[in-house]
Design a protein around this ligand. Sequence first.
Ligand code: ATP
Length: 462
Amino acid sequence: MAAPDLETIVSLAKRRGFVFPSSEIYGGFASTYDWGPLGVELKRNIRDAWWNSMTKERDDVVGLDAALITNPQVWVGSGHVSNFTDPLVDCRTCKQRFRADHIEEGDYPEIAKQEDGSYSCPRGRCDFTDSRQFNLMFETQVGVVDDASNKAYLPPETAQGIFVNFENVQTSMRKKLPFGIAQTRVSFRNEITPGRWVFRTLEFEQMEMEYFCLPPADREDPAEYLTLHREWIDIRLRWYIDALGIDERALRLRDHSGEELSHYSAGTTDIEYKFPWGWGELEGVAARTDFDLTAHGELSGHQLTYFDEDRGEHVVPWVIEPAAGLSRTAAVTMLDAYSDEPDEKGDKRTVMKFLPAIAPIKVAVLPLSRNEKLLPMAKRVFDVVRPEWNSQFDDTQSIGRRYRRQDEIGTPLCVTVDFDTVGEEGSVGDDSVTIRERDSQAQVRVPIGGLVDVLRERLGSR
Ligand code: ATP
């Protein structure tokens, strides 16, 4: 089961410390959000899962952390200064802003496009501008003099930092083709229309990898290259299912149509999720050919090539790019993990069924009450667990309410310290605790001496 609608998740995320509207005390700011204490852990776990699967578990991919603010020529070479635009239409009367392509796709049924290309609304009150291209890059100024020569850009994607470092990485790491360079980082886009929650924001994290391979012998028939592209599409789709636990039925692949494709692309496939409002993109896997390396080589005068020993010549590698949104993926992980179901007593409980590796908190240690014998023992148990996993200690309210709270933030296991652990008046405790499992609500008793081993068996290492 997934969340029935977006509002349910937005409200849980705020109430439980995953995501807050940004600068709320000043009335907020469109399309910006702050990640709270649990959201930051969730994102970190997803980022780590991606990083592990892309770099640590592979011999052919290495990491990079390129500067955010770079020589502005990087964005000229990449084509972003001239092409990274969306078509924009303003209404002079109601001061609203629309994307022309979204009007044409029917997102605003109240606006009609006329034969002469102008726009109108049925009430005739709106006064629309013509559609014009709007560049999505944020500009900034480097240095104290405010003139055009100091103009720089905030990066709208992480990929270009990878392309301009191709030679540095290849030679310093002595990499042979095929190999990849991976990077996770914040990107900025001056999105024209406000997005839904954290799915489209001005500032968001991306996880991108450029996989460089030998160019095909025949540009017009790059069969092996296209096979490699399909392999990466499959690897990336499986990652959402296996590493994040996303329901397979809520994922699909969508190949870009000829019209959607950039002129240099040999194919792009989106991995899409079934949001409560319809299918939408989580990641694009693009076959970018040699476009970027060639473009940077031409503009900078520094050719970005690789010496192919078999052919005995320098070649420009071709590239496959899986580009995923971390913030969007974290939100999808929340949507998909959500479940309403009966608790032990048959009352409704909300559970976030995160996989243990993704859950922000792995273990909660809960003394049955604040009794003077229970508290010190529970603290001791917490001290045993805490160095191993991200854990919480909670001694407030009834045990039932504390279980509900942990269910709602997706903590896979609760460890309860009760009077059997410490012994009642005159009796000796059994030095054991109860482990309560989030999804089945099953409880097992475990000696404190063996607790870490049992938890490790169920959670994996931290
Ligand atoms: P969209 O069509 O949704 O605008 P895109 O095709 O422009 O996305 P890419 O440039 O391929 O996106 O970026 C890769 C990924 O980065 C996207 O699949 C998405 O997960 C994420 N992403 C892109 N723009 C945003 C944004 N404004 N806010 C949050 N995530 C984003």
